[in-house]
Design a binder for this molecule. Structure first.
Ligand code: GDP
Ligand code: MG
Length: 292
C-alpha cells in the first residue's frame, strides 16, 4: 500500500474539547486541559505514526473575539491552521448552538478540503439531542461529514481515526517516524506550570501570566528546572506568591508531580515571579514568548 501522510488541524470555539481530543488521538498529554477558556495559547503539533501512515495533528487556541494583542495572536494562529491543513477537524460540542453566521463556519463553507465536524461531549446528552444537532449542522455545513464523539470517554474515536487515515493524501512521511511533536521540552514544562496556575488562581490572574523556562538541566537521576512566572502588575505578584509563599509552593509541587510523570524522572523545579507591565500588549514580549 502507498504511504499516506498529512496535516490534520483541530479548530473550534473555546472549551469544546479540542485539546482533550488531540491528547486522546495522540495518546500523550501534549496539550494542557482545564475547564477554563483560553487554556491553549499556541498551535501544538502531535504526530501519530503507523506502518504506512503519518498523521500530523495540530491543536489550536480557540476562536473567539480578541480583546488584547495576545488574544489577537492566538486567534490568528488558529485561523492559520485553516490554510495549511489537509483535513480539518471542526470541533463543536452539545452546548454550542449551530450558527451559520460565525466567521469560521463561513470560511469552512468555501473551503475545498475535507472537513470532519465533530460533535463532542456526547457522553453528556441523549441520542435524540445529538441527532437533532447532527441534522442542524448538516444544514449549515452540507459539505462536512458529521461524527458525534466523546473525546473524554473515547467514544467513536476509532471510527474517526479510520476516516482520517482514509482521507490522508498519498505522501511520504514529513517527519522522522520517531518524532512526536514540534515543541521542546521547555515548552511542555512551561505549559504544565501554566496549567497549575490556571487551576490554582482565580479570575484574571491566570490570563495575566506567562511562564518562561530559563534553565533545564538533565542528568541521569534528576532534571533541574528553573522558571520565571511573569505577571502584569505588582498586586498579581503578591497573589501568585501567596501568604508566606504557600500559593507558589503548591503550584510548584503540583507541577513537579506532573513533570516527574511526564519525564519519568525526579524533578526539581524552582519558580520566581517577575512583573512585566502589560506584557500581553507588548509586541516585543509577545515575540520573546513565541506568539509572533
Ligand atoms: P479546548 O478549549 O477546546 O481545548 O477544550 P479542553 O480540551 O481544554 O476541554 C474543556 C473542558 O471540557 C475540560 O474540562 C474537559 O475535561 C471537558 N471535555 C472535553 N471533552 C469532553 C467530553 O467528551 N466529555 C465531557 N464530559 N467533557 C469533555
Ligand atoms: Mg485547548
Amino acid at each position: 500500500m502507498p504511504h499516506r501522510s498529512g496535516f490534520v488541524n483541530i479548530l473550534g470555539s473555546p472549551n469544546v474539547g479540542k485539546s482533550t481530543l488531540m491528547n486522546a488521538l495522540t495518546g500523550i498529554k501534549l496539550s494542557i486541559i482545564t475547564s477554563k477558556v483560553q487554556t491553549t495559547r499556541h498551535r501544538i503539533m502531535g504526530i501519530v505514526n503507523g506502518e504506512d501512515f503519518q498523521i500530523i495533528y495540530t491543536d489550536t487556541p480557540g476562536i473567539f473575539r480578541p480583546s488584547y494583542k495576545l488574544q489577537e495572536q492566538m486567534v490568528k494562529s488558529a485561523y492559520s491552521a485553516l490554510g495549511d491543513a489537509d483535513i480539518i477537524l471542526l470541533v463543536t460540542d452539545i452546548y454550542e448552538s449551530p450558527d451559520p453566521s460565525r466567521e469560521i463556519i463561513r470560511k469552512l463553507g468555501k473551503i475545498e478540503k475535507p472537513v470532519l465536524l465533530l460533535i463532542n461531549k456526547t457522553d453528556l446528552d441523549s441520542q435524540g439531542a445529538v441527532n437533532r444537532l447532527t441534522t442542524a449542522w448538516s444544514g449549515i455545513l452540507p459539505g462536512a461529514e458529521i461524527i458525534p464523539v466523546s473525546a473524554l470517554k473515547g467514544y467513536n474515536l476509532e471510527k474517526l481515526l479510520d476516516r482520517i487515515i482514509s482521507l490522508l493524501p498519498e505522501s511520504p512521511p514529513y517527519y522522522p517516524k520517531d518524532e512526536i511533536t514540534d515543541k521542546s521540552e521547555r515548552f511542555f514544562v512551561s505549559e504544565i506550570v501554566r496549567e497549575k496556575i490556571l487551576i490554582n488562581y482565580r479570575k484574571e490572574v491566570p490570563y495575566s501570566v506567562e511562564v518562561e523556562i530559563v534553565s533545564f538541566k538533565e542528568s541521569d537521576e534528576i532534571i533541574r528546572i528553573s522558571g520565571i512566572i511573569y505577571v502584569m502588575r505588582d498586586s498579581q505578584k503578591g497573589i501568585i506568591i501567596g501568604k508566606q509563599g504557600l500559593a507558589i509552593k503548591k503550584t510548584g509541587t503540583m507541577a513537579r508531580m506532573d513533570l516527574e510523570d511526564f519525564f519519568g524522572k525526579k524533578v526539581f523545579i524552582e519558580l520566581q515571579v517577575k512583573v512585566k507591565k502589560d506584557w500581553r500588549n507588548d509586541p516585543r514580549m509577545l515575540r520573546q514568548f513565541g506568539y509572533i
